[in-house]
Design a protein around this ligand. Structure first.
Ligand code: UDX
Length: 434
């Protein structure tokens, strides 16, 4: 199959690289000359484990290339994927479809023969029909179908998620479109990964419903964690005992500083907005959004309590600022709420993050960046673990404690046990929900 992938952001690039690894011929398109130049030179603009290697392999095999020329990529393609951004529109919560609709019109103008125009970007229900209209308007004679093919990739594990998905969702209405989509995903269906065919609206809804449900699950456990702290229960034991119920499942029950990232915050807001637009308020999701904001603020109180109520002039080491490990993505990271609050209250904040500095430097003014936890801990009053990078999971706690003026730890990802931290010389330890 010949595939054109419009947009080389996170979703577009991972999908394009993985499709080429299936054996398809893939051309990735972007409007940003710097991005295309970097990709042509073999560099990925994002940090994602394994991506650069897989990209190099498929470029070398002649199946994968990058261009600024959308029309050339679309001409002769069997499928054109739209994987451009759908940020939250300022002030409204709606997903901003400017880029999606602009891409649809450009694709329409460039179509030379039958192709399936596939939306991979997360878009509100009804967008695929609007894409079809935009393509037809740009090129009234064009022969095409539209399909919705939402992605469920987790950053940091995106390649594995693409190659070994729980399911592939395809919203399509004609046999011809289903056949093209089926052929594209054939390497996965041959290996018995389920491919679910639905209508366009259902596929669009599956994506929002899945993300909102996962955000709800995390927020639910975060709220239970707050109660555990008051009643003397341990959220880790509670999550374990709950998660063993097959109807609940043990995933996404880790209490922490609140969900962040490129999807959950944006998609919950967009779903709430869609509900309002249709006079079916998404009351649970609206509450989840509110509670998740409160979770982040609760973390600030926790840190303040640990510093005897005074943050002014305290030296605080923050370990991890990306929204999760194995990514350099800072979008809606809890650190963007928590760190400025500490700085604003007069604390001296030192930050260590294996990949976050490039993006984070501008977003977190007033902090000092450090390369390693031990250097940063010199003379510090508190360590805050905010993102559970592997390199923070096996710290030499005794060495850290010795370097600190006050050896205290706020472990907002519950990666250590209170006993071991205290045994290593820390005077105070708090986790979340324990
Ligand atoms: C998510 C979805 O998992 C993916 O299917 C979707 O298509 C894109 O959004 P991603 O945002 O990359 O993926 O990360 P994910 O691993 O889902 O984590 C999202 C946030 O929830 C992170 O801030 C993470 O720290 C938090 N989280 C996750 C928890 O706090 N507790 C958990 O148990 C799980």
């Amino acid at each position: 199959m010949r595939i054109a992938m419009i947009g080389t952001g996170y979703v577009g690039l991972v999908s394009g690289v993985c499709f080429s690894d299936f054996g398809h011929e893939v051309i990735c398109v972007d409007k940003d000359p710097a991005k295309i130049a970097a990709l042509q030179a073999g560099r990925t603009p994002i940090y994602e484990p394994g991506l650069e290697e897989l990209m190099a392999k498929n470029v070398a095999a002649g199946r994968l290339s990058f261009t600024l020329d959308l029309a050339a990529a679309v001409a002769g393609a069997d499928a054109v994927f739209i994987a451009v951004g759908t940020p939250t529109r300022r002030g409204s919560g709606h997903a901003d479809l400017t880029y999606v609709m602009a891409a649809a019109a450009e694709i329409g103008a460039a179509l030379t023969g039958y192709a399936v125009v596939v939306t991979k970007s997360t878009v509100p229900v009804g967008t695929n029909r609007a894409v079809a209209a935009a393509v037809a308007q740009a090129n009234p004679g064009a022969e095409f179908d539209v399909a919705s093919n939402p992605e469920f990739l987790r950053e940091g594990a995106a390649i594995d998620d693409f190659m070994r998905p729980d399911r592939v969702v395809i919203g399509a209405e004609t046999e011809r479109a289903k056949k093209v989509m089926g052929d594209i995903y054939r390497p996965l269906s041959l290996r018995e990964f389920p491919v679910v065919y639905t209508g366009l609206e259902s596929a669009e809804m599956i994506k929002y419903a899945a993300n909102a449900f996962l955000a709800t699950k995390i927020t639910f456990i975060n709220e239970i964690a707050a109660l555990c702290e008051k009643v003397g229960a341990d959220i880790k034991a509670v999550s374990k005992g709950m998660g063993m119920d097959g109807r609940i499942g043990n995933k996404f029950l880790h209490a922490g500083p609140g969900y962040g990232g490129s999807c959950f915050p944006k998609d919950t807001k967009a779903l709430a907005r869609i509900g309002q637009d249709h006079a079916v308020p998404m009351q649970i999701v609206e509450t989840v959004i509110k509670v998740n904001d409160e979770v982040k603020r609760r973390m600030i109180d926790k840190i303040e309590d640990l510093c005897d109520g005074h943050l002014r002039d305290k030296t605080i080491v923050v370990l991890g600022v990306t929204f999760k490990p194995n990514t350099d993505d800072m979008r809606d990271a809890p650190s963007l709420t928590i760190v400025p609050a500490l700085v604003g209250a007069g604390a001296k904040v030192r930050v260590v993050d294996p990949e976050g500095r490039r993006e984070g430097e501008e977003m977190l003014p007033g902090v000092v960046w450090s390369d390693n936890p031990y250097g940063a801990a010199n003379g510090a009053d508190l360590i805050v673990i905010l993102t559970e990078w592997n390199e923070f999971r096996a710290l030499d706690l005794g060495r850290l404690a010795k370097k600190m003026t006050h050896a205290r730890m706020a472990d907002l990802r519950n990666i250590y046990a209170a006993d071991e931290v205290r045994a290593a010389g820390f005077t105070d330890y708090v986790g979340v929900g324990r």
